[in-house]
Design a binder for this molecule. Structure first.
Ligand code: XIL
Length: 416
């Protein structure tokens, strides 16, 4: 808790001379924000300007100073009851594992209503050998979630990354590949269907590329082991298998850059359209927008438009992996910051607010699959792996809340 600052020193012709160390201290606090700075600046201007005649009227100082600007006891409670506010968590053998870090547990328990396993529910972790499934780490995480009344979003059944070697080296015809894939999905989705904690799954992650080589306005399907051995029909087969294994789970297609690339979003919408108009409709319940974004890209208008187009499908829309890079360009190259300045913190706060507000405005309550941030605190962020000077999340290196948390909260409440 921030300490009260004393405010009783008067007598200077310019208040700034007496206040500047207080102000600087204040700005260095995690709770510093633009409104506070503006208040201070106005105070300084009012006090210093117009005093030219030598006589000064002492300006009454607020005592105590305004309350801390980051005032978010429980982020998820600011969202409507029906909407989850989630976080991706390290688990298993990660040295930052949620299950080994009481600091992280405090944050997660207070601020989030849903967990996504950052890595330990990916194919390589859950299905290390053809006839071996490994559920211990994931079960421990699911049990933890249950103990805290949180739900879990399963991530991810089918992907082209984080595959076990045996899957990459699998040989067989289309039927054998389809059986292998659907067995993988069936065993995993059935395992977690048993409790009520895993409420949704990313069934297929990142099936589209970032290019439209045939020029049809839709980005192309990625050449993955699944696509190359089964054909485009692997997507529908994966969703059908997941639905059969866990009929209660919400099933998502999840991808990156779909808020910023119309051709990629169009490819996803086209897929959904095919699913919905199949003579035997393919069970899909949601679209996951990963949203690994930056301070400036994509533009907010494009983000809003993308949400609105996706809402038209009638499916749930989830922001599934939100983080906001402040020092990395679109091709993952570091920019020039070497420290996380207060000015950048405020820009990031505003950007979080804008994104969350766009989601709340554009996605009707019944279609909100929730918002999940991709990591608890900056040192956990996957972005640190290619830029040590990156601060994309809501909590800092000391697990202290950042202005970004206030931004997220204000986005949920409309600044009320
Ligand atoms: C990332 C994890 O955050 C990293 O720890 C891991 O090394 C690689 O995967 N899209 C996804 C996530 O769907 O699974 C990725 O997570 C980030 C991009």
């Amino acid at each position: 808790m921030r300490q009260k600052q004393g405010g009783g020193q008067h007598g200077s012709s310019c208040i700034y001379s007496k206040w500047h160390s207080t102000i600087l201290n204040r700005i260095n606090q995690p709770g510093f924000s633009a409104p506070f700075l503006m208040a201070v600046v106005s105070l300084v201007i009012c006090s210093c300007a117009g005093g030219g005649g030598g006589t000064t009227t002492p300006v009454p100082l607020p005592d105590p100073l305004p309350p801390p600007v980051i005032n978010v006891p429980n982020l998820y409670l600011l969202a409507p009851m029906s909407m989850t506010v989630g976080v991706a968590v390290p688990a298993g053998r990660s040295k930052m594992s949620l299950l080994k870090s009481t600091g992280r547990q405090t944050i997660v328990n207070h601020h989030f209503s849903q967990l996504t396993a950052e890595n330990i529910m990916k194919p390589r972790h859950l299905h290390p050998a053809e006839s071996t499934f490994f559920f211990d780490d994931a079960d421990a995480l699911v049990d933890y979630a249950a103990s805290q009344d949180k739900t879990v979003h399963g991530h991810t059944l089918i992907w082209h990354n984080r595959l076990p070697n045996w899957m990459n080296n699998f040989t067989g015809n289309e039927v054998a590949w389809t059986t292998m894939m659907t067995d993988h999905i069936t065993v995993i989705a059935s395992h977690f269907a048993a409790g009520d904690i895993v409420v949704s799954w990313d069934v297929v992650n990142e099936a589209f590329t970032d290019t439209d080589n045939d020029g049809d306005g839709l980005n192309d399907l990625r050449n993955t082991i699944w696509h190359d051995n089964i054909g485009a029909g692997y997507l529908a087969a994966a969703f059908r298998a997941a639905n059969a294994a866990d009929p209660n789970a919400d099933l998502y297609y999840n991808d990156y850059n779909i808020a910023g690339s119309r051709a990629k979003l169009n490819a996803v919408l086209d897929l959904v359209d095919q699913f919905q108009n199949d003579p035997s409709p393919v069970p899909i319940h949601g679209i996951g927008f990963q949203m690994h974004i930056s301070l400036t890209w994509p533009g907010i208008d494009q983000i809003r438009e993308s949400f609105a187009l996706a809402v038209d499908t009638g499916l749930k829309i989830k922001i599934s992996e939100l983080d906001i890079a402040v020092n990395t360009d679109r091709s993952r190259k570091p920019l020039s910051l070497t420290e996380f300045t207060d000015a950048v913190a405020v820009q990031q706060q505003k950007r979080y607010e804008m994104i969350v507000a766009a989601y709340m405005d554009e996605v009707p309550e019944a279609q909100r699959g929730g918002i999940t941030v991709w990591g608890i605190a900056d040192p956990d962020s996957s972005k640190r792996s290619y830029n040590a000077f990156e601060w994309p999340l809501l909590f800092d290196d000391d697990l202290i809340s950042k202005p970004a948390l206030q931004g997220f909260a204000d986005g949920l409440t409309g600044g009320r």
